[in-house]
Design a protein around this ligand. Structure first.
Ligand code: AHR
Length: 501
């Protein structure tokens, strides 16, 4: 059996865990909204048409934010179509996914749905085909108390209190040539800056997210980001990062080393932010909003053929996908000083851990890592020093067998560990050594593993890939756990101050 050590010292905090890294994203795409979160008339829905079974499962993620309404959808939509009496809302051809948009679910329904779930909306504005004036009017509609045209329209539409939306995305993936209204970086940067000035002029309490690159494969990767940061620096609070991981060549050793590439990408963003901040001699902090992340490559069918709520991008997830999702979340913790928001893309039906049918719901493998991280990662993210085997990572070259992240909660002494054994062949005995505290017990220890890395839950058997228990042995200031190949473990240790230290 291979062995690895994780060295921890709770003094070595990276930054407090921002719970917003456990956020989600829902777009008007396929069956994400219609038949996903919104299905009026279905016995499983409440009186607003919100699927209650979906809400219950989403609560398991404790998402502080849900980003909406897109995605590519946002770049050609008109938010004004989506408010007011439902019967009067227009049906529109939806550009991004070649579908029919009925506009029966819009801004107000989304905010009501967020309240029902217990989360906060993160709203994107159309900076593709949309004018900056429309973006400003959406802020007016949502956030002003009343006494102006659009805030009074909100009140007339049954929402007396402002929606109080704090976070606003300045468009979506505007570097992508497929995006409606795509323009070069400098043109977008001017547009985004002007929109942010207007939007913050209407409500100075809001925060804005400028579009960064939509992927490392873009020819403008980082050059786009440098330009938008240079121009928009005074007007923004976050820059977006997007990444979808894929195992198209069935190179699973490479796929399971995704955490290495995710770390590198986040470090690129931190570097360009630091570079522009340095150029500007600015003390302002701009953070990363990693507002689309997931595994996505099996169902990329994005042509709705002018249907309403077509089946699009309904990815089926297996164990290896869940192990990659765990590595995204660990990477966000390892970079807790720069990543403050992250949204799994998406949350229902479309590239989602949750699939719905009219009368049932399926939880896929990728549901569980987010549930475990959101429940257990509390307090500060802390440094993890890993000594252990290096394995062949296929097209990635070589990578550490163990991917690790950790948190320490000073209020109750809990140390949480998130460990992925990337090896397809070798069990890994992991020894966790805590330098400054004693380990007094094990609060919880869960393991995701299956002998077949391609195993997936099905409608008929929903319990094929889900967490089980794993044994953790403790001795003074060390804990040991054996990780099968490959697997993901989430372990929470109870710790106490070391008197002799
Ligand atoms: O999440 C699906 C799509 O992926 C989004 O619409 C877009 O922003 C990204 O390319």
């Amino acid at each position: 059996m291979q062995q690895a050590s994780v060295h921890l010292d709770t003094h070595f905090a990276i930054a407090p865990v921002d719970p917003r890294i456990f956020s989600g994203f829902v777009e008007h795409l396929g069956r994400a909204v219609y038949e996903g979160i919104y299905d009026p008339g279905n016995p499983l829905s409440d009186r607003h048409g919100f699927r209650k079974d979906v809400i219950e499962k989403l609560r398991g993620w404790r998402m502080p934010l849900v980003r909406y309404p897109g995605g590519n959808y946002v770049s050609a939509c008109d938010w004004k179509d989506t408010v007011g009496p439902a019967a009067q809302r227009p049906r529109r051809p939806e550009f991004a996914w070649r579908s029919i948009e009925t506009n029966q679910f819009g801004v107000d329904e989304f905010v009501d749905w967020c309240r029902a779930l217990g989360t906060a909306p993160m709203m994107a504005v159309n900076l593709g085909t949309g004018a900056i004036g429309d973006a400003g009017q959406l802020v007016e509609y949502c956030n002003l108390p009343g006494g102006t045209h659009w805030s009074d329209r909100r009140k007339a539409n049954g929402h007396a209190d402002p929606h109080a939306i704090k976070l606003w995305c300045l468009g979506n993936e505007m570097d992508g040539p497929w995006q409606a209204g795509h323009v070069p970086a400098d043109v977008y940067a001017h547009r985004a800056a002007q929109a942010a000035i207007l939007m913050k002029g209407i409500d100075k309490s809001i925060e804005t997210v400028v579009c960064g690159s939509c992927g490392t494969g873009m020819s403008t990767y980082m050059a786009w980001d440098r330009t938008v940061l240079e121009y928009c620096w005074p007007y923004i609070d976050y820059i977006s990062a997007h990444r979808y991981s894929a195992n198209r060549d069935n190179d699973t050793p490479k796929f399971l080393a995704e955490g290495v590439a995710i770390d590198a990408m986040i470090e690129d963003y931190a570097a360009v932010i630091g570079y522009v901040g340095g150029l500007k001699k600015s003390k302002k902090k701009i953070y990363i909003s990693f507002d689309e992340w997931n595994v996505w490559y099996k169902d990329t069918h994005g042509d709705g053929n002018w249907a309403t709520a077509p089946h699009l991008c309904e990815e089926v997830y297996n164990l290896e996908d869940a192990l990659v999702c765990a590595q995204y979340l660990s990477s966000f913790l390892r970079h807790a000083d720069s990543v403050k928001i992250a949204c799994i893309a998406q949350i229902v039906n479309v590239i989602s851990p949750i699939l719905t049918k009219k009368d049932a719901l399926l939880i896929q493998s990728t549901y569980y890592p987010l549930e475990m991280f959101a429940r257990l990662a509390q307090g500060d993210a802390i440094e993890t020093r890993v000594d252990g085997p290096i394995i062949n990572a296929g097209g990635m070259g070589e990578a550490p067998a163990l991917d690790a992240s950790a948190t320490f909660n000073e209020t109750d002494g809990a140390v949480s560990l998130f460990l992925v054994n990337r090896s397809l062949t070798d069990e890994l005995l992991v020894k966790v050594a805590l330098a400054d505290r004693n380990i007094s017990g094990v609060a919880g220890a869960e393991l995701m593993h299956h002998k077949d890395v391609k195993a997936a839950n099905t409608w008929e058997n929903q319990n094929i890939v889900k967490p089980g228990h794993v044994t953790v042995n403790i001795d003074g200031a060390t804990a040991t756990v054996t990780l099968p190949a490959p697997s993901f473990a989430a372990v929470q240790l109870k710790t106490t101050e070391r008197k002799d230290g």
